[in-house]
Write a protein that binds this ligand. Sequence first.
Ligand SMILES: Cc1cc2nc3c(=O)[nH]c(=O)nc-3n(C[C@H](O)[C@H](O)[C@H](O)COP(=O)(O)OP(=O)(O)OC[C@H]3O[C@@H](n4cnc5c(N)ncnc54)[C@H](O)[C@@H]3O)c2cc1C
Length: 510
Amino acid sequence: MTTVVWFKRDLRVDDHGPLHDAAADDVIPLYVVEPDYWQLPDTSERQWAFMHDSLLDLDATLRDLGAPLIVRHGEVTAVLHRLREATGFTRLVSHEETGNDWTFQRDRAVARWCRQQGIQWREYRQFGVVRGPHNRDHWDHAWRRVMEAPAYPAPSRLTPALTADPRALESLTEPACRDQRPCPGRQRGGMSQGQTLLADFLEQRSRGYEKRISSPVTAWEASSRLSPHIAHGTVSLRRIVQQCRAAAAAPDIAGAHRRSLKAFRSRLHWHCHFIQKLEDEPAIEFQTIHPDLEGLRNPGDWPEALERWREGTTGWPLVDACMRALHHSGWINFRMRAMLMAVASYHLHQHWREPALHLARLFTDYEPGIHYPQAQMQSGLTGINALRIYNPVLQSHKLDPQGRFIRAWVPELADVPNEWLHTPWGLSSTQRSRLGAGAYPTPLIDHEEAARRARAHIKAWRQQHVRRELTDLVLERHGSRATRGRNRQSTSPSKRQSGSGNNGQMDLFQ
Ligand SMILES: Cc1cc2nc3c(=O)[nH]c(=O)nc-3n(C[C@H](O)[C@H](O)[C@H](O)COP(=O)(O)OP(=O)(O)OC[C@H]3O[C@@H](n4cnc5c(N)ncnc54)[C@H](O)[C@@H]3O)c2cc1C
């Protein structure tokens, strides 16, 4: 039997169920470059570049196993059709994908084509995300079952159904990407890069994880930096969970290090918890999680603010440093992603979708299932989470007190003393010119005033438009069971989502 293994965002051979099971057959390992996908507003050349590294690595490994990667361009059903005519394959295997709406519709088209052609298509789960009806109360248990199951070993040998592919991967025609912003500091893709990062993180860098991931000064080293590898599947999430557990169980591990590994493991759980939200409600890509918050902000309001936010010229140094670092490297830590999104939504009163798309394009680790729910959560659109209006000046003092990160990314402020670095608009124009900061913009709005306005606007909107019964439905559908349990015990229904209010954040729904 000939089986096509369709690689998508699972570019590895280890813990790859479809490849493992297909190894008994004649196999066609296939990757399809889909030109229409790379024209979508949430995709970019930097993501393709990471993918390309990973394809080269995958191809080299598959060649060693005996069956090189077959790469085709075009619409997937058309590619499969031609391949079917050429090889007569009868089985297609792949991983389930919670991608964006475009990939979901493409998968539906593939399913239709398979039915018409009498091809058996088996999809495997690679995450703890459940497709179809399921009981949210048992979700954690199901996640653990998947992560604790034995990983699939890489096949030791493959029998190729197509021996020589005339189109060598090295000469692959790159898709024309709609977004081509350069990313010189991008992480490299590929299985070996992912493995090295994981080993290095578990052995060394994770020691300071818990305490050092919030500051953009230290997070670059303290975070695992595995996100683009998880998003493109060059390392299996299950392997990461299992190796993390093994590292934490080592007898000689220090308490702080063990706590850090525990905190890291909870993030791996969040990965699937968030993706599950998009799996359960794909409309989240386009619509607010809480339907009554849809009209809170309008697309197209204040275009100058959006442009300045996008280009890292808001005049708030930490915000601009984060955006510019992201342009350069395709990655920024969680806290700063949250702050960027919150500043766009609250201070600059932007509708959530354009900022979310901009960030998606900038992230080499763009993962729709995490991205859209997170972007909405940080914009106050779920109706069930504490609102976090990050104070960009407070965050700046707290997370970059010496201005190391700011000076690295906002060179206009390199000579501004610490006293003024976080609030350079307080300098007179003569002082600014003397310090070489004359070209750095002043903010469009006072940030405290902007936060006050945002708070008042949301409060009024909520009183007028937000229906409790819909909030309860959102909570039922998307709320974390752990949080819900806590809420049930400790808060009255009207204060269900009251939050910490720390770290420069405010809870507006109290
Ligand atoms: C507005 C916004 C958009 C985001 N978009 C993405 C995205 O497109 N892709 C993406 O992978 N992450 C996204 N995140 C989550 C998080 O910021 C990144 O996963 C993390 O910064 C990646 O770095 P790391 O791998 O070093 O993280 P680590 O802290 O080392 O975490 C390990 C892994 O756990 C998962 N994870 C970590 N934090 C979260 C979280 N808060 N929610 C869900 N999963 C998490 C990721 O898979 C991550 O790679 C977003 C967060 C915000 C606030």
